[in-house]
Design a protein around this ligand. Sequence first.
Ligand code: ADP
Length: 870
Amino acid sequence: MNREKLTPMMQQYLAVKDENPDSILFFRLGDFYEMFFDDALLASRELEITLTRRDAGLEEKAPMCGVPYHVASSYISKLIDKGYKVAICDQVEDPKLAKGIVKREVTQIITPGTFTDTEYLKSDLNNYLLSIYIQGYSLNLTYSDYSTGEIYFTNKTFLSKTELFRFLQDQVDRISPNEILINEDALATFKKEIKKNNVFLNPYIAENLKDSNIIKDFGNYFSDNFKNNLRDFLSDNKIVDYTSLKKILQYLVVTQKINLKHINNISYYNNYDFLLLDESSKRTLEVVKGLNTFTKKGSLLDVLDKCSTSMGSRKLKKWVESPLVDLNKIEERQNIIESFTRDLLLQDKIEKILREVYDIERLVVKISNGSINPRELYSLKSTIENANKIKAILEGQDNKYLKLLSKEFIDLSDVYDEIDKVLIENPPVVIEENRIIKEGYSLELDELFKIATEGKNWLLDFEEKERNRTGIKKLKVKHNKILGYFIEVTKSFLDQVPEDYIRKQTLVGSERFFSMELKDMEGKLLGSKERALSMQAEIYNNLKDFIGKEIYRIQILADKLSKLDSLLSLAKVSNLNNYVRPKFNNEGYIEIKAGRHPIVESYMKDDFFVPNDTYIDTKSNMIHIITGPNMAGKSTYMRQVALITIMAHIGCFVPCDSCNISLIDRIFTRIGASDNLAMGQSTFMVEMQEVADIIQNASSKSLLILDEVGRGTSTFDGLAIANAIIEYIAENIKAKTLFATHYHELVHLEDKYDSVENLTIAVDRQEDDIIFLRKIIKGFTNNSYGIDVAKLAGIDDRIINRAKDVLALIEKENEGLNIDLNKEYIREEKTSPEVENFMNKLRQINILEISPMEAFNLLDEIVKKSKELI
Ligand code: ADP
């Protein structure tokens, strides 16, 4: 393209576009945002809007499309949703005053991870921007919800690339960011792992940031509060490298171009503060997402979330994803929940007030950038009022935990008073010509508005007076933006127009005039209205400034309100579903009487869920091998134990008659065939990777849920692996384990280990039919009833009968698989001296001390050597 030939405006357009190559540029022209060239082609397709062309000075017209500026946000949200960035380029000088073309600048870059439009954001989900910095095996990671101002940071050094990769993948899954910032080298290595759906990837060059001082560079953008908190944060946690945090802050400054007053706090998060649940376990246990729905529906969170506010729902999601391991914190929640469960009226009273509470957590960004409207400020006021009501109710309770909770609600009456003093009741969303300032707040403003309203009456009187004077019945006094006030007379009455009318404009059917009297009044009217509006705007701005200084305290209130909402929700659910408060013990056992599966029971309408007991410890009831037919309820039972354990660690009550539990450090699950085919891995491979992870990371304080491990391969392979895994757990890990299997041969392990117990699910067999009793009992079954289940499923009788024959034949020929797995097999070791030498060399290397490069070379050598020897 020959740029010199372009019109000056298109040159301006391209100059701005050059600076924002990865965004779709919304270029303000009059009442439209226009897009040109490639952006126009892309946007017209994605937004389904008409593509037109505009003369750009070139031979061929430039592709163009546009959206009206006042509805731009709905189009922007669509593009953001599809994973694009949008740069807003506005006119930054008054077109009337501009010499040549109007000056235009990008005023904001809206990106998937910084999008704040509450009309389009999902209210119960956070919108996270994630920043990753990886060097060697060290990682630091920051994520932030710009709409609420939350920032979280963590850092870690790993022993291997695999470990780092797993951690990273887990974090990306958990945070599910809409946008990622990542250093270029890391992106090259991990692109496949972090690229999910529409996530927008921004590679960055870390070198420019590493030695920069973010506070010095962008000091003006941050509140003093944040600067102090950041300083303390870095020294308290002994953080040296925080490149990912620097990048996120820099990115927010560069894209948002405003003061980030609502960013105040930064939290360090550490996996050890929580019961660890890797993403695959979270998925299979349906903690926050249903397996079939991929949404909240069908999940534990769905059962527990009866929050009245979106702030509460977002908080509860964080709690459910990160169960606690600190008993004091767990009991603090339990105490409050228990207090609420005892008083349904109190629950009701507070819930009613909470329903009136506004999402003030997401208002803070609007206070920060000054875009908050009068209606929203008014909602802030009513929310403070409601918080005070709640505080008073809690204070008045005869319960020490609720009294204590009431103290957390900080006093924001200064903010309330200020809004109350300034704003009228129920102000409109848009200010424009509406009055939003209370009468009596400023006498001067009242006077100006009075003239403006009185002027209206004066005009009506004037019209009446002129009609009488001239005898023109249809004479009208009108107003428009171009002419101002004028008198309109239709053509047929023109001969009655008095001499003192001065002609202003001639239309087809009428003439427009003014008189000196009207002109005089116009001067007063317009002047006072203009002044009234600008004065009103000034007062409103002062109010926003005042509130802007209190953002931090507003955030604290938002946090307390959402905490209360979550606790109340858990109390409500406990009452509704008959949950009980779990006790905690130090002896390492889990005892559940009549436990139920919280999700399955919530879906059962007419049928009753059959409760089951659980006793599992670190001694003679450590590993439970569960056999039983398909569909009997093995998976449900195992998940139920895991979910009750998770719920207890959240501080929430649990679905059973009684529960006594010891603190768990991690829950691992390997359930069913969680196909990872989309990622190009076979089911069996994934299964084995998950098992490898469990073996490496589980401790005696972990809970392992293993369902049909070994099923993905041939019978003998699978049985061998399953057997070896159980032995390893029994001898080395000593973790509480539930192991469901169809390999009946495994039940022999009960004889070999004191810690192993066999369980089965009772079925009643009546002639040709089986009835599932859903009851867990001691013992085992040596029948999978596979053919019975196939029959139940409706498979043709001819096939069923043939299958029975084949089975009988197999059993007769092999007499089952009667192997004694407890027998020792003596392996013949065949190691050549050459291999032995090489192994010795390996043993001398200290893995912790070698550099990544040396490690790679070593790996290379091992591979070569193995090839040589084979
Ligand atoms: P398995 O793992 O043994 O194949 P599942 O745990 O998948 O069996 O259970 C099959 C179905 O049986 C579940 O979908 C559920 O509807 C029902 N079920 C399981 N356990 C119970 C129970 N305790 N009470 C009532 N229904 C149950």
